[in-house]
Design a protein around this ligand. Structure first.
Ligand code: NAI
Length: 354
């Protein structure tokens, strides 16, 4: 990782839509909290006229040098013939695990309260192989790739995560009754590996039932992990984000052996609400806190997430997406004010890089 003089450089891919404005808010909050992190900007946009390869390769080099990136979503235009850049980044950097922690925030209106579910999704293969072709007019074949190596990697990651973070149960979500080979392999590996983790409860659930259970009785997954192949993981994670308040609230981590990218959980661009001062910056703030924790800067992360939590709960600063009237800037200012107030009280510890 690029750490110079006690400071860490991270790559920032602002992306499209609300991404650029959200990262300017993250920067302000980092400055207020004296976070020892510098941003190296790597603009990657959906604009088809932009010289694609050069920008993309520069972004990859920057992330490889820094080890870590904060990312907004890059729009995927339907007419763009290339593999989506979001996907290409994840596969080039081998970011095999996507982790989304869906936890209810008191006072944020939602369909269910007191939820605490971790979603772990395989992030690089399955339906996202990008291998589609048309062998004859009117026929399309889309390849879903399942490999033992990658399934073992994600299943191992989920059980290890459960042990490390005291999650009690792993639920493997699949459709092995129909996709007997691909999902069958996923289920077989998960079922076998559970034997090595006797302290963790294990169950499997067919994806259609899991979707129904999640919206009707999500509390049954509390304290546990839902472990999923790529596409089911995307859909189920989005459902869970919806249950705890929507796309503006939840962050998502993409973790590999060497690199990590932190972004919002639902990976939307929010193009229609950009420039209007109405987007909820919470998911971006939480992504930046996830990144700080990954870098071992837990004090700074806790400081910012506490300031955010107080603004959302005690102070009730709610943007439109969660039923309030606050503007983006109201929430940003509240967070900054809370950080300043806490810094006065604590004489916030300076990071001297030792
Ligand atoms: P979108 O950007 O239109 O967002 C969906 C809804 O969530 C909208 O109503 C939006 O206003 C709201 N929203 C999103 N962020 C918000 C925030 N911070 N605060 C308040 N409201 C917020 O989503 P859509 O149409 O699904 O995707 C837009 C683009 O992103 C497309 O190009 C799509 O391909 C791409 N995308 C890529 C993904 C990937 O990982 N490759 C995943 C999802 C979308």
């Amino acid at each position: 990782m690029a750490r110079y003089g006690g400071r860490q450089t991270v790559t920032v891919l602002p992306g499209d839509g609300i991404g650029p404005e959200m990262f300017s808010h993250v920067q302000k909050v980092f400055d207020t909290a004296t976070v020892p992190v510098d941003f190296e900007m790597a603009p990657l946009r959906a604009d088809l006229t932009i010289k694609r390869d050069e920008d993309f390769e520069n972004a990859i080099i920057s992330i490889q040098r820094n080890g870590v990136a904060l990312k907004g979503n890059i729009e995927t235009k339907l007419e763009d013939p290339h593999i989506p850049r979001n996907m290409e980044l994840r596969s080039r950097l081998k970011l095999f695990a996507n982790i989304v922690h869906c936890v209810s925030i008191p006072t944020v209106p939602s369909r269910h309260n007191d939820l605490d579910i971790v979603m772990i999704r395989e992030n690089t293969e399955g339906e996202y192989s990008g291998l589609e072709h048309s062998p004859q007019p009117g026929v399309v074949e889309s390849l879903k790739i399942a490999t033992k190596v990658k399934i073992e990697q994600i299943v191992r990651f989920a059980f290890d995560y459960a042990v490390k973070y005291n999650r009690t149960k792993v639920t493997a979500v699949h459709k092995a009754n129909i996709q007997k080979l691909g999902d069958g392999l996923f289920l077989k590996i998960a079922t076998e590996m559970k034997e090595q983790y006797p302290q963790i409860q294990f169950q499997s659930m067919i994806v259609d039932n899991a979707s129904m259970q999640l919206v009707s009785r999500p509390q049954q997954f509390n304290g546990g992990i839902m472990l999923m192949p790529n596409l089911y993981g995307n859909i189920i994670s989005n459902i869970a984000c919806g249950l705890v308040g929507g796309p503006g609230l939840v962050s998502g981590m993409n973790i590999g052996e060497k690199y990590a990218i932190f972004e919002t959980a639902t990976r939307n661009t929010g193009t229609a609400i950009s420039g209007k001062n109405i987007a909820n910056p919470t998911a971006f703030f939480r992504a930046s806190c996830d990144m700080l924790r990954y870098l071992g800067l837990d004090n700074y992360a806790n400081f910012i997430s506490d300031a955010l939590f107080i603004a959302l709960t005690e102070q009730g600063v709610h943007t439109k997406d969660i039923g309030g009237t606050a503007k983006t800037s109201d929430l940003v200012e509240a967070v900054i004010k809370n950080i300043n107030a806490e810094m006065k009280k604590q004489k916030h510890i300076k990071f001297y890089g030792i």
